[in-house]
Write a protein that binds this ligand. Structure first.
Ligand code: F0G
Length: 457
């Protein structure tokens, strides 16, 4: 008999978590204007709001904190981080930033002008924010199949090459670069195939455009290439990473995901011109070029985390946990973006709350119901997060409306996943009694989901 698969680590330190009562949760959520971002974390039992900065560091990462070099300039910690990024990505120039959106801010300040077009695959909300706040346009060229949650495709995060080519032809002189997000978070943590990255790169060369990878979950993308794409089963994750990055000219990185640190990020590139410009903006916004918003100790932990999380066993443990939760949801026939993604399960809210009109934000209502049911905090990646169209100011209902359950790395066990699955089943069982959603009472102009005030209808 084959041995079952267990975690590739054991636990050395724990953090107690607490349950609450339904009436407490009713009160807390009302005080939070039905926006789970406004809840105190201590009011949450199982926190699946994000997998960003919420992972458990390894003993080697914690040990590396003690020997961080906090020198203002030229810290050994920077060179450790730089060497690791060079080795894993093949990019020569490395500029630290305090997190992923800071990397976007620094680089886009150099590259994005008013009226520009930035084609890509489902730009993440901060990426879109950094484009739209500069009065440029983020053009989503994700394959149409990604919208159909029930379709099983191995690489549902892919770029539609025809759509991309059309944008490149129509707006050629207004396109500073193409961005590819690996894995594609907004489409459900779905991977992009090596074949697709190759096609993007070929097209970019034809139009003489650089390619930037938004790389927050690049290691998870490499895992899917290894396990799903023909010809990669025998390659190591690190070999696959080098091959992926060879198809890009640069990357922005939120190290809070696949480097398993609580804070950190960077820009890496082989384009000297990008690096020279970014250095200047980096100093103004983030800090000197060898720390850019990070502590020496954090750069050490980032280096160790990147190395560890580009090993197969670590990724396998993680992604199997997402698959475990997916299998439990299958048992209860709860619809989610199929197949399960790399970092999260995305519940297809309009398919659950079929009686709630899209104008009443079904995914936000489901987020609210799950919290009230069991103190589990997911988050809406849907119509509220999509913001309004910058030109027409209409709500954007053309994408998916998901309740995302993001699983922090190495943090919860499968027993927690069972609680999540059963809580969701309880909500699912009473779905037909939920006929109304939410209404917005106040919203910000951009990235409204963080601060929106809502009421329950
Ligand atoms: N790119 C992607 C694909 C992301 O998922 C995120 C963050 C960022 C960039 C920005 O990085 O948070 O370090 O500034 N995603 C988190 C999430 C917040 O919950 O999905 P950051």
């Amino acid at each position: 008999m084959d041995l079952p698969l267990a975690e590739s680590w054991k636990i050395k330190m724990i953090e107690p978590i607490r349950k609450s009562t339904r009436s407490e949760r009713e009160r807390w959520l009302k005080e939070a204007h039905y926006n789970v971002f406004k809840l105190k974390a201590e009011y949450v039992y199982i926190d699946l709001i994000t997998d960003s900065g919420t992972g458990a560091m390894s003993d080697r990462q914690w040990a590396s904190l003690m020997i961080g070099d906090e020198s203002y300039a030229g810290a050994t910690s920077f060179f450790k981080m730089e060497e690791t990024v060079n080795r894993i990505t093949g990019f020569k120039y490395v500029l630290p930033t305090h997190q992923g959106r800071a990397a976007e801010n620094v680089l886009f300040s150099c590259l994005v002008k008013e009226g520009d077009y930035i084609p890509g695959n489902s730009h993440f909300d901060t990426t879109k924010g950094h484009i739209e706040s500069r009065k440029a346009f983020a053009i989503d060229c994700t394959i149409d199949e990604a919208l159909n949650t029930q379709l099983e495709l191995p690489f549902k995060g892919n770029v539609d090459i025809q759509k991309l080519e059309k944008v490149l032809i129509e707006h050629n002189d207004k396109i500073p670069f193409i961005i590819v997000t690996i894995t594609n978070n907004a489409a459900g943590g779905q991977p992009v195939s090596m074949q697709n990255l190759r096609e993007v790169s070929r097209l970019a060369k034809k139009f003489n455009k650089p390619v930037l990878f938004d790389s927050a979950r690049f290691a998870e993308n490499a895992y899917f290439i290894k396990t799903r794409e023909k010809g990669y089963a025998g390659k190591t994750i690190k070999e696959i990473c080098r091959e992926m990055f060879a198809l890009a000219d640069g990357m922005t990185m939120s190290a809070k995901k696949d480097a398993v640190v609580n804070m950190g990020g960077f820009i890496a590139t082989n384009m000297e011109e990008w690096y020279e410009q970014a250095k200047i903006k980096g100093i103004v916004f983030e800090g000197y070029v060898t720390y850019g918003g990070m502590n020496g100790r954090d750069m050490n932990a980032l280096a160790v985390g990147l190395d560890e999380n580009t090993e197969f066993e670590n990724l396998e443990t993680r992604i199997r946990q997402i698959e475990y939760l997916a299998a439990r949801l299958d048992e209860f026939e709860i619809p989610y973006q199929r197949p399960a993604g790399g970092h999260a399960i995305f519940i297809d809210a309009p398919k659950v709350l079929t009686k709630v009109a899209k104008e009443e934000f079904p995914a936000q209502r489901l987020t609210v119901e799950l919290y009230l049911e069991a103190g589990i905090r997911g988050c809406e990646i849907g119509y509220i997060l999509a913001d309004r169209d910058p030109v027409t100011r209409e709500n954007r209902f053309d994408g998916n409306d998901f309740l995302r359950l993001a699983i922090p790395r190495r943090t919860y066990t499968n027993n927690h996943m069972d609680v999540v699955a059963v809580a969701l089943k309880n909500v699912f069982d009473r779905r037909n009694s939920i006929t109304h959603g939410m209404a917005i009472e106040w919203e910000a102009e951009l990235m409204r989901h963080f601060t929106v005030k809502l009421k329950r209808l």
